[in-house]
Ligand binder design. Structure first.
Ligand SMILES: Cc1cc2nc3c(=O)[nH]c(=O)nc-3n(C[C@H](O)[C@H](O)[C@H](O)COP(=O)(O)OP(=O)(O)OC[C@H]3O[C@@H](n4cnc5c(N)ncnc54)[C@H](O)[C@@H]3O)c2cc1C
Length: 481
């Protein structure tokens, strides 16, 4: 009797072993009819930086994927998980808003884990712990190839020929579907848009080619972020009589063109710090220094001179802070071609001011893998699935990208009507004081920017994507209404 094993319905190459690539590889590998290879440039899979926030809307995906139980112990689940905003750029700080509180946070804090299901809350993780957990779940059928830096991609027009991947070590690989999860400087994105530009040029459309070329490289926002960690023990050693607020909940310390974010990770034993300075005139300018560098604590602390004591206490213990030039991807007109899909930062690297990059990467993975693992998705219908992924995910991801830019301006008191000059108002005695009225508007504007978090569940988007795939397949046409 012939017991030959059926060949996989398609072979997938995932380029990049960050959170997006690994999670995608994990979900696809669960489907035995899909063969998955991960190609990673580094010699080992590791994460740079400390904290990462996951919105509760994304936690529902984690639950659906069956990963919640193993991840929950890694989350900082003791804290009240909405950001508390303060105006902090003077010796006397001033509390003015709880972000996304929706008026229920204080009640539900008393009920164990009830906050997990609240739309405005976030769970915070240590990046490396999260990545290592995903790595552990990868089945042995998923092959991870390290030291494979992708240098170019060939996507033939004919669907009968495979996509070819070329690596820096001179080797090549082929696949039916290429998923570019290779981060902000994505070679997959560059190859995709370079080839569009080349095609336009070959048709004499120079202007169109120039437009495609704009999407290749990320652009500097004019901001730098200083990152580091302190332990709760260090903060407690200051003996100010009580546990600092930031050990218990995420804090947003706002100031004119500078702001500091702190939130507890590793069950509240560590506080992750990201502190930003911005020169808006430099948005879009080239950044002429290494994108990431280690700086001295003195340089770091000097940037936030004049901030309230609570912030000074946080910054003084940060050992070897790193400075990151914050770049973003120009919102793309497409995340896909016929057999290539961009995922995570490769598709929509955004400023980290909503802490939404990783959550958006998980949402991409959820929609894309739901389509790819659907029984109707085959080699032939793959272009439908990718087109639908693009139609469903791109509008939201690009809107979150733009919202993150605005959020940065807001925390820096740098939006029209909400600038430092608008906030500081003369009292009856002639002294300048912050206006609570204007600060409340700052808080409300932030809640409006983040409405996407609770307005539409990502599960609805998934349902919509599956319906579109079924309709496309029954019509046999690529038209996606
Ligand atoms: C300062 C800062 C703070 C942030 N804070 C948050 C937060 O609180 N919450 C949040 O959700 N997000 C946050 N983000 C964003 C978040 O880090 C990213 O959105 C997320 O890590 C993206 O994951 P990714 O897998 O798409 O990309 P990456 O993590 O960048 O992974 C890409 C992988 O691809 C590999 N690679 C790159 N090029 C190649 C190549 N040519 N060939 C093969 N492999 C390659 C890389 O080595 C890497 O392993 C922050 C970002 C910054 C800069």
């Amino acid at each position: 009797m012939n017991t030959s094993v059926r060949p996989p319905k398609f072979e997938v190459a995932v380029v990049g072993g960050g959170i997006a690539g690994l999670l995608c590889a994990f979900v696809l590998s669960k489907n035995t009819s899909i063969e998955v290879h991960v190609y990673e440039a580094a010699h080992q899979l590791s994460e740079v930086g400390a904290g990462i926030g996951i919105f509760s809307r994304v936690w529902k995906i984690i639950e659906e994927l069956g990963l919640a139980e193993s991840l929950l112990p890694l989350a900082n689940n003791e804290a009240a998980l909405t950001f508390h905003m303060r105006k902090s750029d003077s010796t006397e700080g001033l509390s003015f808003h709880d972000m996304n509180d929706l008026g229920i946070n204080s009640v539900l804090r008393c009920v164990e884990r009830a906050w997990i299901n609240l739309p405005g809350t976030i769970m915070t993780f240590h990046r490396a712990e999260l990545q290592q957990a995903i790595l552990k779940w990868l089945p042995s059928s998923c092959k991870v190839h390290l030291l494979k830096r992708l240098t170019s991609v060939d996507e033939p027009d004919s669907m009968d020929l495979p996509v070819s991947l070329h690596f820096a070590d001179g080797t090549t690989a082929t696949c039916d579907l290429l998923i570019g999860a290779d981060g902000i400087k994505s070679e997959v994105r560059m190859s995709m848009y370079r080839s569009r530009a080349a095609k336009a040029r070959s048709q004499g459309k120079e202007e169109v080619a120039d437009i495609w070329m704009r999407y290749l490289r990320p652009v500097w926002t004019g901001s730098v972020a200083y990152r580091g960690m302190v332990t709760k023990e260090q903060l407690m050693s200051l003996n100010r009589g009580s546990e600092p607020a930031v050990c218990k909940r995420p804090m947003m310390y706002c100031g004119s063109l500078r702001h500091v974010v702190g939130y507890p990770i590793s069950n509240g034993n560590i506080v992750d710090i990201v502190a930003f300075t911005t020169d808006t005139d430099l948005e879009g300018a080239p950044f002429d220094a290494p994108l990431v560098s280690v700086v001295s604590n003195e340089e770091f602390v000097s940037k936030f001179q004049g901030f309230e004591q609570e912030v000074q206490d946080l910054l003084r213990f940060v050992d070897k802070p790193t400075r990151w030039a914050i770049h973003t991807v120009t919102p793309l007109p497409s995340f896909v071609s016929k057999r290539i899909a961009l995922l995570g930062d490769a598709a929509h690297a955004m400023a980290p001011h909503q802490g939404a990059g990783a959550s958006q990467a998980v949402e991409d993975t959820y929609i894309l893998t739901s389509l790819l693992t659907h029984p109707l998705c085959t080699q032939e219908t793959l272009p439908f699935a990718l087109e639908i992924y693009d139609r469903i995910r791109r509008p939201l991801a690009n809107a979150v990208l733009e919202g993150s830019r605005r959020a940065g301006f807001l925390f820096d008191f740098n939006l029209p009507g909400l600038r430092e000059d608008d906030i500081m108002q003369k009292g009856a005695d002639g002294t300048l004081r912050p206006s609570m009225e204007v600060l409340r508007q700052v808080g409300q504007t932030m809640d409006t920017i983040q409405e996407w978090i609770w307005k539409r569940a990502v599960q609805k988007d998934r349902e919509c994507a599956i319906t579109m795939l079924e309709e496309c397949c029954s019509r046999g046409s690529l038209r996606v209404d």
